[in-house]
Design a protein around this ligand. Structure first.
Ligand code: HEC
Ligand code: HEC
Length: 165
């Protein structure tokens, strides 16, 4: 082994050690950062955060958002149709632009195109007892903001979770 090759392999080994310390903690944070879209859509906030909070587009794959936008007249038992063509287009495009970046399993459409039925959601919330979901202050797993106090800001970090009585 020549001197420069030796130096290179030492350097490589050092980089590996360094990346274990820096890249891994960084990777666990990435999921949270990706929840806040780089750009916001006014139309999304107006049209899609009237009945419930603005769900992070990153939490569903593009296919699910497409299904949801095509089925708005029969939206989980309610009519959520959007008459304004421009608003409809803006929202559809914006959802596609920011879709599916949170957790790998979200790349596949979950049952009913529900975030609350994704594999990772069920896993993250498995310790919550079934009667807790039914409390008057919560009512449904879809009601993220009941426990995630900063969900309206796309912030789901553990430090901002409070389960209401
Ligand atoms: C007229 C009220 C209304 C409007 C407007 C509305 N929704 Fe909903 N949405 C609902 C209801 C009701 C549910 C079911 C909540 C439940 O099961 O507790 C729901 C559920 C959802 C869910 C699934 C939540 C879960 O369980 O993971 C998504 C995603 C969603 N809506 C997206 C949208 C988008 C995108 C728009 C805008 C285009 C929109 N909603 C506009 C009423 C509405
Ligand atoms: C009944 C209260 C409650 C509701 C409602 C709820 N969550 Fe949670 N969520 C929790 C708790 C508690 C945890 C922490 C679980 C643990 O670590 O054991 C959690 C964890 C999470 C995490 C992981 C956070 C992290 O950084 O580790 C995400 C993401 C999340 N929830 C998203 C959602 C979304 C999206 C919704 C709505 C569709 C939702 N949650 C509804 C209580 C709730």
């Amino acid at each position: 082994m020549s001197r420069s090759m030796f130096r290179q392999s030492i350097l490589h080994a050092l980089m590996c050690v360094v990346s274990v310390f820096f890249v891994i903690p960084h990777a666990t944070q990435a999921g949270e950062k990706k929840l806040k879209p780089a750009t916001l859509s006014k139309a999304y906030q107006t049209e899609c955060a009237a009945c419930h909070l603005a769900y992070p587009p990153a939490m569903l794959p593009g296919q699910s958002w497409d299904n949801i936008m095509k089925g708005l007249s029969k939206h989980y038992g309610t009519d959520a149709s959007i008459d304004d063509v421009d608003a409809f287009k803006e929202i559809s495009q914006w959802l596609q632009d920011h879709a599916g970046t949170y957790k790998k399993p979200a790349l596949f459409p979950p049952p009913d195109d529900r975030i609350s039925k994704t594999y990772w959601f069920v896993k993250e919330h498995r310790k919550i007892a079934s009667d807790v979901w039914l409390r008057d202050s919560i009512k449904s797993p879809s009601n993220c903001a009941a426990c995630h106090t900063k969900a309206d800001q796309f912030d789901y970090r553990e430090r901002n979770i409070r389960i209401p009585d």
